[in-house]
Design a protein around this ligand. Structure first.
Ligand code: DC
Length: 228
């Protein structure tokens, strides 16, 4: 088989699933579970923005130092392997889940050089394999021709309730009102930024997960993909 035939064969069998939605809608947990059950790779694009923010913090680079950010990005390698996210070869799974990284990830995801680099990487990751990718602009920008697109949503109060519970379960102190405030702020940042803002793709299927449990959402998505 020629290289071109091989590529066409790969593309024919490849399925790409885009899952977008606001913070706290359960996207990553749901996307990870669907990927596992359907034996596909899972790409958490939010983790990639977090990785850049983490590296900025490590190198004391602030969001207004665009020249430094571009230099830093030219020398940055982000990859996923065996369920881990790697930044320049180092596993950083837990290091990117702090409030400090969350806040900076939200800011740096509005910067053109950051988005350009990460969107390019994300498209490459979706070229050869079947993947499930979650984020904010997957259906509208990164994989506009994805075979399946979902938009997961839930009321801010419901998303804050879930996030608050998660933090308490991890033993972290948190006020529900503060969590709600943070969620509303992130919704505002994600939806109003100039570059690739959060919105539902016209051809995405919206699922309001308010009042649904994880299993119900996972099964709804899998049934849709399988055409049941
Ligand atoms: O999903 P998350 O909370 O891990 O995402 C971290 C930040 O990255 C969040 O502020 C939104 C941003 N993001 C983005 O702009 N585009 C994506 N495709 C994914 C995340």
């Amino acid at each position: 088989m020629s290289e071109r035939d091989d590529q066409m064969e790969q593309e024919k069998n490849r399925i790409r699933v885009a899952i977008d939605g606001p913070s706290g809608a359960g996207k990553s947990t749901i996307a990870r579970a669907v990927a596992k059950r359907m034996e596909m790779d899972y790409i958490d694009t939010g983790a990639m923005y977090r990785a850049v923010a983490y590296k900025m913090l490590q190198n004391s680079v602030s969001p207004n130092e665009l020249q430094l950010i571009e230099e830093m990005l030219a020398d940055t390698d982000i990859d996923f392997a065996k369920g881990n996210i790697l930044l320049d070869g180092e596993i950083i799974n837990n290091k990117i889940r702090t409030p400090e990284v969350s806040a900076l990830a939200s800011e740096c995801s509005a910067l053109a050089p950051v988005r350009e680099k990460l969107v390019r990487l994300q498209r490459q990751m979706g070229e050869k394999k079947s993947i499930i990718m979650d984020g904010r602009d997957i259906g509208t920008n990164v994989l506009t021709d994805a075979e399946y697109k979902f938009f997961l949503n839930a009321k801010p109060e419901e998303r804050a309730r879930r996030r608050h519970l998660e933090l308490l379960e991890k033993g972290q102190e948190a006020s529900y009102l503060q969590v709600l405030e943070d969620i509303k702020q992130r919704d505002h940042n994600d939806m109003t930024r100039a570059l690739n803002p959060l919105r539902k793709a016209e051809d995405a299927w919206e699922i309001d997960t308010t009042g649904m449990n994880l299993e119900q959402v996972i099964c709804t998505i899998i049934s849709h993909i399988k055409g049941e």
